[in-house]
Design a protein around this ligand. Sequence first.
Ligand code: ADP
Ligand code: MG
Length: 390
Amino acid sequence: MYNRNRGHRGRFDSHSRGSKRKISQFRDISKFINPISDVRIEEKYIPTHTFSGLSIEESLKKNILAVGYKTLTPIQDQAIIPALENKDVVGIANTGTGKTAAFLIPLINKVIKDKNQNVIILAPTRELALQINQEFVKLGRGLGIFSVCTVGGMPIYRQICDLRRKHNFIIGTPGRVKDLIERKCIDLTRFCSIVLDESDRMLDMGFVQDMKMIMSSMPVNRQTLFLSATLSPEVQRIIKDFLKDPVQISVKSRDTSGNIDQNVVYIKNKQKIDVLHELLQNPELKKVLIFGTTKHGVERLSEALTSRGFKSDSIHGNKNHNQRQRALRSFKDDSVKILVATDVAARGLDIPDVSHVINYELPATYADYIHRIGRTGRGGKVGKALTLVE
Ligand code: ADP
Ligand code: MG
């Protein structure tokens, strides 16, 4: 049984935005070993609802069908109905289980029915915000509803112009949204719905004050949807302060998806990079996401792999937004098969068909480990996670 308090305090360091991240490591090796034969013995979830049976607009149902979703994931099965009833919802679910559509479907429906409704969605990183926007575009196609993405690291004036155009959705990162509120470009009193996606990560990244400021500037009779992979004491405190009698849903049965085969590779009498080199020569490693700790380390590793003849790119905070997007694109479209990343840069990213996640350097916390390996084994596919241990 998943014990959410295990290790989350004491051993885990949270770090705040701007402060130098501590490089202490999580070293409970047993947690990195979880062969698929053990984890697969889990009964299949049978949803109670169907997309066609949901009381949502037909036009939205058509879009869901066009995206290719046939059955509801557990979080969608349990969160969509209360969200449609305008209730506050706290949804705890593993990564890769369709939380985005779980909040977008009811909120898009709300806006189709009443174009005076406005929704603000906060996510911890710009990549995540852009990803939510992509899903919004697919689910909202042809419905006459529009979004503006307000994320840091992109020109603010462009976003100010975008905000003057018709839109019902703002999807952004807390820092930039706060900035735009202070510049009077976003009037929060117009917004009666808010989503806090990956709230645990937003807290980790030091966005707690921004989140609180944004929520407290909104109308009191708003709807708040709160999605997170973990329910830490800080998350619980925010829920208590800002949500009204929320419907609490937890569909995580254990820490990680049952589709991830987890194992360790011990480094003995060898250079770590040589061990990685050998691993990468295995043709089974088709699309590999490698994690390092620091921006420089990640960049160096990617360069080293490239000079060893592997097609590799990197994603980390020292790259500008365009460079990050380019790296992500070439990994997504298979022009590079290896992407080396830091935790922050890779958090929550939905990249289809990552065959392997390799922890070249140990994660700082168990929560980071869970998020790292959650980049594989998505959409019902089997993935592998390998952790290099010295
Ligand atoms: P999470 O936010 O929980 O990490 P995402 O919302 O990013 O998960 O979804 C993970 C993947 O699952 C995405 O590629 C998404 O398109 C897909 N997905 C979401 N809902 C469904 C569904 N009902 N059926 C099939 N695939 C889905
Ligand atoms: Mg998500």
